[in-house]
Design a binder for this molecule. Structure first.
Ligand SMILES: CC(=O)N[C@H](C=O)[C@@H](O)[C@H](O)[C@H](O)CO
Ligand SMILES: CC(=O)C(=O)O
Length: 295
């Protein structure tokens, strides 16, 4: 792994492979890594986040998964970002220390979502207490207000953030408020920070205002095609880039996400197969085949 390479481009938010009896299935992670690298041309991953259902896993499970992804990603992946957010500050800190100990290339934290921070300073206080437990690991704030209910604008949060969190590296921005994102990117510190967009269906719009890349569930199976969109955008061939973005309008991602979140034993397959009756078998076999729709 080459952790100091700047994080940009696509990051796959990995699903958590499970066995049919509801245990984490570490044994298939090596296949999963190889699949991402060779089939999707994606060399960065975001582990234990929304797609990976990190908040529904135990601390022990999250640590085991982080270790396995790190181990299998060694020499194959560029960046392994571990999401360490939790409702309990102590648990989040423990996960941050663990991620540092296993050599993660970054950690990310969502806002606590039951007893919510009500203003910027409360949120920053929580993030700072987690980040300081991993003082050499790049830190990302994971903004996903639709899930957390914490709507504090990121632009406001960024003011003076480096003073409080010296490891602050950037934001995983999973919201449709592109004005907030644009204002973040236009801050004077923008060169130092990385903005990774997290609403896959409108990544092209985020690229247009300066996002550095993207973290998302769909890059597990649309990585290769979305890389073509990034290339078309860079050229620039906007007509072609739009063609690639449109593929995202043709499939009910939001329904998929619903399944992803609420069927803990079927996560992987719901992403990869639109046929719910196939779920248990496919999870078992860990068939990383995109649905025909995308091929
Ligand atoms: C709520 C959710 O899971 N958001 C993901 C990232 O944050 C996205 O990658 C979506 O899964 C994707 O945009 C499909 O709707
Ligand atoms: C999409 C993303 O980053 C997540 O699943 O956490």
């Amino acid at each position: 792994m080459t952790p100091r390479k700047k994080l940009e481009g696509l990051v796959a938010a990995t699903v958590t492979p499970m066995t049919p009896d509801g245990r984490i299935n570490l044994s298939v992670i090596h296949q999963y890594v190889d699949y991402l690298v060779s089939e999707q041309n994606v060399k960065n991953i975001f582990v234990n986040g929304t797609t990976g259902e990190g908040l529904s896993l135990s601390i022990q499970e999250r640590k085991q998964l982080a270790e396995e992804w790190m181990c299998q990603g060694k020499d194959k992946l560029d960046h392994v970002i571990i999401h360490v957010g939790a409702l309990s500050l102590l648990e989040s800190q423990e996960l941050a220390r663990h991620a540092a100990a296993i050599g993660a290339s970054g950690i990310a934290v969502i806002a606590p979502s039951f007893f919510k921070p009500t203003n910027k300073d409360e949120l920053l206080g929580f993030l700072q207490k987690v980040a300081s437990e991993a003082p050499t690991v790049p830190f990302y704030y994971y903004h996903i207000p639709a899930m957390t209910g914490v709507k504090i604008r990121v632009e406001e949060l960024l003011d003076g953030i480096r003073e409080q969190i010296p490891t602050f590296q950037g934001v995983k921005f999973s919201d449709t408020d592109l004005l907030d994102l644009a204002q973040c990117i236009n801050k004077k510190e923008r060169e130092q920070f990385v903005f990774l967009y997290g609403v896959d269906e409108q990544l092209l719009s985020a690229l247009a205002i300066g996002a550095n890349g993207a973290v998302g569930s769909t890059y597990n199976y649309l990585g290769r095609k979305t890389n073509l969109m990034l290339q078309a955008f860079a050229k620039p061939d906007l007509a072609l880039a739009r063609k690639y973005q449109v593929q995202y309008f043709c499939y009910p991602h939001r329904e998929q996400t619903f399944f992803l979140l609420y069927l803990p034993w079927g996560v992987l397959c719901v992403v990869l197969s639109p046929v719910p009756s196939d779920i248990p078998v496919k999870v078992n076999c860990f068939q990383l085949q995109p649905p025909a729709f995308y091929s």
